[in-house]
Design a protein around this ligand. Structure first.
Ligand SMILES: [Zn+2]
Length: 137
């Protein structure tokens, strides 16, 4: 059990997870489209230049490799998303998807009800209530 995150730290963790997820989806999109287009071009070419048996013996393993590559990229993307997700300091639950949005809106964990975001200890004491000594000058 650790201290609740400040709002700033929580937002920073969310932003880092979102950024990584966006980058991973872009890589996934580029790789899957590029490999897909390459396969289509190959099939077109093979229709004209290769006999059916040879064409299939190349195209089928290539398709299996394509599915495997896309699957591995998806798996890595999901794993990274989970590893970067903010964690409930009370119960250790990963705050992903709906849980993350609930924590952002309420500051609480939807699994245990514990405080995730400590709104009382703002990162910028100049905003909100004055800190001791701020009126001494
Ligand atoms: Zn919790």
């Amino acid at each position: 059990m650790t201290e609740p995150l400040t709002r700033g730290a929580f937002n920073q963790a969310r932003a880092a997870a979102t950024l990584a997820s966006r980058r991973d989806s872009r890589i996934l999109a580029v790789v899957s489209v590029a490999l897909g287009v390459f396969q289509l071009i190959f099939l077109r070419w093979a229709d004209a230049h290769l006999e059916r048996g040879l064409k299939l013996s190349i195209a089928l393993p290539a398709f299996v490799i394509y599915i495997t590559v896309v699957g591995v990229l998806l798996w890595r993307m999901e794993r990274r998303k989970r590893s970067l997700a903010p964690i409930c300091p009370q119960c250790g639950a990963k705050l992903i998807g709906l849980s993350e949005r609930v924590a952002a809106a309420t500051g609480k964990c939807d699994s245990c009800g514990g405080i995730v975001v400590d709104e009382d200890h703002a990162d910028r004491p100049s905003v909100g209530r004055p800190t001791p000594g701020s009126f001494s000058e």
